[in-house]
Design a protein around this ligand. Sequence first.
Ligand code: NDP
Length: 340
Amino acid sequence: KTVFVSGATGFIAKYIIKLLLDQNYKVIGSVRSEEKGQEVLADFDHNANLSIEIVKDLASLTAFDEVFKKHGKDIQIVLHTASPVTFQVDDVEKDILIPAVNGVKSILNAILQFAPQTVERFVLTSSLAAQINPLAPDSKDKIITEKSWNDATWEGCQTDSMSAYAGSKTFAEKAAWDFMKEHGNEVKMKMSAVLPSFVFGPQLKMDFSSGHLRSSMEFINSIINGKLPPPMFSAGAFIDVRDVAKAELAAFQKDECIGKRLALESDMYTVQDILDYIHKNFPELAKIVQVGKPGSRDEALKNSFKFNNDETKKVLGFQFIPLETTLHDSLKQIDDAKKN
Ligand code: NDP
């Protein structure tokens, strides 16, 4: 079978592509430029089952038309992971909200127009951010489940880039479920959504050339660089990137996942856990890492939301990687890269 993966350069997407190639799927990945395409092909040693197409701008409502005109009849599975994961932007509506939502609309419309009877499954990478409003004052009293929705409004979420990002994931996911309600009987495909919490874990191919790491792994890297994240991130739920990739495959391979929101939380993390772990296990990395307030995990968790994703765990049927392993593997990769 052939799987289309949008956003093939991504931290998460690369693990998805790896698992797909390991399981002998043919993969077509989309990237924004020829140069990025060549990098992705090189990451997978020019595997003959992997090809790349250029989709320049998610904000265009016809962004995916060309790709599905060309390949639609060959694609059975679509995994839509591309979405802005950037926070330093000038205009949150133009740079975050619109590309996130239009990206979903354009890929679904392209399937409807060019591959309505060939695409069988559609998996959207949504987010915990679509389940909870990060700035809501009552979030600490909430138990987040597969049924929870961020109550953000389009205008209201534009106060800061984090709220806009959370809004973008919410509106993008809603657009996908709405599309299925409206057009479900015109297409063969069934949909599932995968909702990762904060994604930690090593990069598939470490690229430290810019001094920064992709996506959420920069969170741990910036702690190593002596910075503490803002208070709203001092505790939260996490999942390992390798589990996200496994869940993305399960989402289309298991019929039990059809119509489901799969909430990916392994456990709660606190920034203090990360500080303690670095000091205890990676002294070379710990030089400018703050000590924080050892023993303050419970206090940080008291002020955080809680989650219950029992339904997801039952459907997926595999154990999520625990915090210690995620931290170890993430930090070891950074430590090794710094030594080389
Ligand atoms: P990355 O930034 O590594 O990947 C994002 C991907 O989307 C990249 O391929 C990027 O392309 C592409 N992209 C971003 N903006 C645009 C745009 N305007 N037009 C075209 N392509 C675009 O992040 P992740 O791998 O972490 O994120 C993948 C998905 O997972 C996203 O949907 C994200 O919201 C979701 N997610 C991530 C979490 C995390 O903690 N990391 C948590 C929950 C959900 P390029 O390389 O060219 O920039």
